[in-house]
Design a protein around this ligand. Sequence first.
Ligand code: HEC
Length: 200
Amino acid sequence: MTPRRFKARTLAFAALALTLVLSGCGRNMYDQPRAEALESSRFFADGAASQALPEGVISRERGSIDPSYFSGMGDAGFATELPFELTEEVLVRGQERYNIYCSMCHNYDGSGGGVVVQKGFVPPASFHEQRLLDSGVGYFYNAITNGFGRMYSYASRIPVEDRWAIAAYVKAMQLSQNATVDDIPEEVLENLRSTAGEVR
Ligand code: HEC
């Protein structure tokens, strides 16, 4: 078989395959039986086609209601508040994700000398510099989302909710490295005193 005839036959096969694939798309996907909003329905016990959302459902469109959830930007620059409630669970999740995704460069304590840096990668600034202590949680969310200088974006690897959890954890880490005795709640201090003797 000459190359030319081979090419013609391949093209003919490709055209046939394409015709079969395209003609397979009828309108039956488009015209499927469905209930319109607020219609009645015999399917559900309460007779309504529109059902209340199950408990605990989280809107996938939260970002379109509150764009700063995705952008990390508030009215006056980087967001300074977490867009959801800060719980211990969020911080634990943030710590876990931080250790996986960030510690190899930024180090476990945020000082910037992680193992990749020890192997020669450009060292990032310490998270405990005054400039970064003064930066809101949205600043960190933003760096994860869009990357920062030579650090690439994590948008395709870390879901939005986890990016916020990491950013919250970084703020908590900053606090932990720069806290004084006055920052410790009284009952925790009591506990520390009784277990560790004296706290300076
Ligand atoms: C491969 C190494 C590496 C990883 C992994 C990494 N970073 Fe970075 N990061 C850097 C470097 C290097 C810079 C500084 C880049 C520059 O100045 O060009 C930086 C900069 C930053 C900054 C800006 C700091 C400033 O000076 O204003 C923030 C915030 C940050 N990273 C957060 C994170 C978080 C959170 C993660 C985990 C999701 C992460 N980084 C993962 C290397 C990394």
